[in-house]
Design a protein around this ligand. Structure first.
Ligand code: SF4
Length: 351
């Protein structure tokens, strides 16, 4: 059982972050925000996949002007990412958004940042205070020589103190570097010194499989240490894949349970069915089924009996057929052609 770090609550719209709330899964759209229709379509797909807060980029005025329509029709709270421009930030703050991402290192004007925070406070808009290795302040680069974990943590602590000094508390912090060890170090130092919720992730983790592995290691270690109140897996891939990967990480640590958990064997010389194909068909058909069930799909009876007992339902395959198990009991024999349909039908019948 993982003991989570005690953090104070922050609200992004109606979503609670920190203070022992479930770890929230976020993602970011990759459409042009000014293309309202495509952006809303993607938000809806991500929502269906389990995304709980969505971030959209607003680098130019047209994007900020699209925000009211997007916020009005989004099923989940929207965070606007305003990059460098305080002018865009003020426009975004008028749009009804639930949160704004601010990298003080990019703006570097305390007067402007204070004005933005005062406006956020007035409108009850949460802030994500971002510190990235790519936009670290010059003075810290000079002090540490490079964006080390210590340097990133110092920057995050410095700006957190500044936010609090102007009476602003409704914020979480994200400290992100693309290096896993630097990331862990920075979050660990910050976590020991404050109770501010942390948004965790490995930035620019890379393409599909490699990015997922890098993210799983970095995010997984932090979560195991009890650190992390909200998470984004950053992949050079479809954002839906980010959401799926985030849930797989959380699920494997017992921190969230969402949808079907498939337990399947790696296959070996004993196999007499096309198990990879069966598993991927079942996975695809049950993608959006939100039942917290364990489904075992095993290549032969060697481990199947044991796994079937642990699982809610499962298949123990043999020679071109399988025994369908439910709650550890065999209920019927099915042919290889029927396996997927029969298993899916039985799963859908479970209340
Ligand atoms: Fe091989 Fe059977 Fe184990 Fe699958 S369950 S890896 S087929 S021994």
């Amino acid at each position: 059982m993982i003991e989570r770090r005690k953090t104070r609550p922050v609200y992004v719209g109606n979503v609670k972050i920190g203070d022992n709330a479930p770890i929230i899964v976020q993602s970011m759209t990759d459409t042009k925000t000014r293309d309202i229709e495509s952006t809303l379509n993607q938000i809806n797909r991500l929502y269906k996949a389990g995304c709980e807060i969505i971030r959209v980029a607003a680098p130019i005025e047209e994007d900020a002007k699209a925000l009211p329509e997007i916020v009005k029709n989004s099923p989940i709270p929207v965070i606007a990412d305003i990059h460098f421009s305080p002018r865009i930030a003020f426009l975004a703050l008028e749009s009804g958004i639930h949160g704004i991402r601010l990298n003080p290192g990019n703006i570097n004007d305390k007067g402007k940042i204070k004005e933005i925070l005062q406006e956020c406070k007035k409108k009850n808009i949460a802030v994500r205070l971002g510190v990235n290795s790519g936009s670290l302040e010059e003075r810290l680069l000079e002090k540490y020589g490079y964006p080390s974990g210590e340097a990133l943590a110092e920057s995050a602590l410095y700006w957190s103190e500044f936010f609090e000094s102007v009476g602003f508390y409704n914020f979480k912090v994200s400290i992100k570097g693309s290096d896993v060890l630097q990331n862990i170090k920075a979050n660990q130092i910050f976590a020991e010194k404050t109770d501010i919720p942390l948004h965790i992730g490995i930035t620019e983790a890379g393409p599909g499989k490699k990015g997922s592995i890098k993210s799983s290691v970095g995010i997984g270690i932090l979560l195991y240490m009890g650190i992390g109140d909200t998470v984004r897996v950053s992949l050079t891939a479809d954002p839906e894949e980010e959401v799926e990967t985030a849930y797989s990480i959380l699920q494997s640590l017992g921190l969230r349970r969402k949808g079907i958990e498939i337990i399947s064997c790696p296959t070996c010389g004993r196999i007499e069915v096309n198990l990879p194909e069966i598993v991927s068909k079942v996975e695809e058909k049950l993608k959006y089924l939100n039942k917290p069930l364990k489904v075992a799909i095993m290549g032969c009876v060697v481990n199947a009996i044991g796994e079937a007992k642990e699982a809610d339902i499962g298949l123990a395959c043999g020679n071109k057929s399988a025994i369908l198990f439910k709650k550890g009991q065999p209920i019927k024999r099915v042919s290889e052609e029927e396996m997927v349909e029969e298993l899916v039908k039985e799963i859908k019948n479970i209340d």
